[in-house]
Ligand binder design. Structure first.
Ligand code: XMP
Length: 510
């Protein structure tokens, strides 16, 4: 498949470059800038994009453009630091800017250019250094008020440099610039579609698994479901899906998993209701860390027992997605990756002796969703909001009992139903749910004095779940949620709305 290779010089937005190129239906992969040449050339790329990065080209040890990229004769697009590194490598001059430029700017295209549309357009700048003299063969193709050299072009050799960031949403025409580079300049075919992803992945998985047996743990989450569905498409009944229901899922979810994977896709599915096992183990436990540990351990044990029953399998499906893969290969992003791994309680057993099958390894989350839909999984599952591995255990504060879980489930369903009706799920809230607090307070209902528990409603907006803000839900919607919860959920007489951002709070309460 036609591929664009993106060399990552450490910018926070390198992944966005890859997403924009793929949105144009062109396949691309992101590599550390110093990845082995053979690895990249093996893909027979149609062109290179050099990302931005935090370094300054004259610092000692500053990353440079690898020789094989320059020697390939293929089109090159350098973005920000990538442009400076390209300029330096081709003997132009880069200088520390007297006026670093961060934020919005407007560029004016100076000459007819195959990459940049004529006229002016808003862009996002973020650079300290700037180009002083373009390399021989290049001309200045755009300027901005602060950057007399905002873009450079060498049309003969199809080499380009942009001082601004086309990949970010603050550069509204940036997606089109990256599309033009990939499609018009590199002449890459539009081969990256949900159907071609399915076809390619199915081929790859078939080769890997051969006639062996494979198992997949499914949780009801998007990634594990799409991963299982892809492997099922590849090897059919050689796959056994194991669904352990710990009794900590939301209303209707266990049934939805069985229906989506078992009944609709026809996957071999072992569904175990392990509610009793989990609740016994959690009996009397109130400490959040203890809850997580117990759930994690129980999960492994129950899964292991079922996996053994399913027969000897050599492979285990894992729903690793592309951002996890590239994050863990970039040294300066390892911290971010580590923050995430502590969340992986309730994932799959790390110490089982399987070879891994990772059908989503090259996909971004939006691509996983598109593939899920192409495979016939329902919208409700494909667009499900993230749900923590330990499930309702982190939303049922205090002791976890069947009765309190039921209370929480009913309240949570009211929150979801009302937001759904008001059109506030998906785009308007990244995550929304109810939390049951072990806090009792006095109320009155009719002539009766009540002493009952509290439900906190949490709804947040966020892009990356690392930071989040509380959603400004319309008051009438909050009023309806509150009214319904106190009327329809026995044992609850008070509803509060969480108006804390993250940080300092977290999204979950625990
Ligand atoms: P916090 O509460 O740390 O959550 O702001 C950030 C995101 O991670 C989810 N989360 C988890 N996901 N296992 C998971 O798979 C976990 O143990 C876990 N704890 C929190 C949370 O729902 C939010 O999306």
């Amino acid at each position: 498949m036609d591929t664009i290779a993106i060399l990552d010089f450490g910018s926070q937005t390198s992944q966005l470059i890859a997403r924009r190129v793929r949105e144009a239906h062109v396949y691309c992969e992101l590599f550390p800038y110093d990845a082995p040449a053979e690895q990249i050339l093996a893909l027979r790329p149609k062109g290179f994009i050099l990302s931005g990065g935090p370094a300054s080209i004259y610092q000692t040890g500053a990353p440079s453009v690898p020789d094989y990229v320059l020697e390939s004769g293929l089109p090159i697009l350098g973005i920000c630091y990538g442009m400076q590194a390209l300029t330096h490598a081709l003997e132009g001059r880069v200088a520390a800017s007297t006026r670093p430029e961060y934020g919005p700017a407007e560029i004016e295209v100076l000459t007819e250019d195959p990459l940049l549309p004529a006229g002016k357009q808003p862009v996002w700048m973020s650079h300290g250094d700037r180009i002083e003299i373009p390399p021989p063969g290049f001309h200045v193709s755009a300027r901005s008020e602060n950057s007399p050299i905002a873009a450079i072009s060498d049309n003969l050799h199809k080499r380009y440099g942009l001082q601004f960031h086309p990949e970010v949403s603050h550069t509204p025409g940036g997606g089109e610039i990256l599309r033009t580079f990939a499609v018009e300049i590199c002449d890459a075919q539009l081969e990256w579609t949900p159907e071609s992803i399915v076809e390619n992945t199915v081929k790859r998985v078939k080769v890997q698994i051969g006639d062996q047996r494979v198992i997949a743990g499914v949780s009801g989450g998007v990634d594990s479901s799409v991963a299982a569905a892809l492997v099922q498409r590849a090897v059919g009944d050689q796959l056994t899906c194991i669904f352990v229901n710990p009794g900590l899922l939301r209303h209707g979810e266990p049934e939805a998993v069985v229906q989506a994977l078992g009944e609709n896709l026809g996957a071999r599915l072992i569904a175990i209701d392990a509610t009793e096992t989990f609740l016994d183990a959690l009996s009397g436990v109130t400490d959040p860390e203890d809850k997580r540990r117990i759930i994690g351990e129980k999960f492994i044990r129950v899964f292991e027992a079922q996996a053994r029953k399913a027969g000897q399998a050599r492979f285990l499906v894992q729903g690793t997605i592309y951002p996890d893969v590239v994050e863990s290969s970039a040294p300066d992003r390892r911290v971010a990756a580590r923050i995430k791994t502590h969340h992986n309680v309730g994932g799959l057993p790390p110490d089982l002796d399987f070879e891994l099958v990772e059908p989503l390894r090259y996909l971004f989350k939006d691509e996983v969703r598109a593939v899920g839909l192409a495979l016939g999984l329902p919208e409700s599952l494909v667009w499900r909001q993230p749900f923590p591995g330990p499930g309702l255990a982190v939303r049922c504060l205090g002791e976890i009992t069947l009765e309190r879980l039921k209370r929480l489930r009913v309240a949570d369903k009211i929150v979801i139903d009302e937001l759904q009706t008001a059109g506030l799920l998906r785009d308007k809230t990244a995550q929304a749910f109810a939390v049951l607090l072990p806090v009792q307070s006095v109320g009155v209902m009719g002539d009766q004095r009540t002493y009952a528990e509290t439900v906190a409603v949490r709804a947040v907006t966020t892009d990356d779940f690392m930071t989040a803000d509380w959603a400004r839900l319309p008051l009438p919607v909050l009023a309806r949620i509150s009214n319904r919860i106190v009327n329809e959920v026995p044992g609850v007489n008070r509803v509060v709305y969480d108006i804390t951002s993250k940080p300092p709070a977290t999204i979950e309460w625990e």
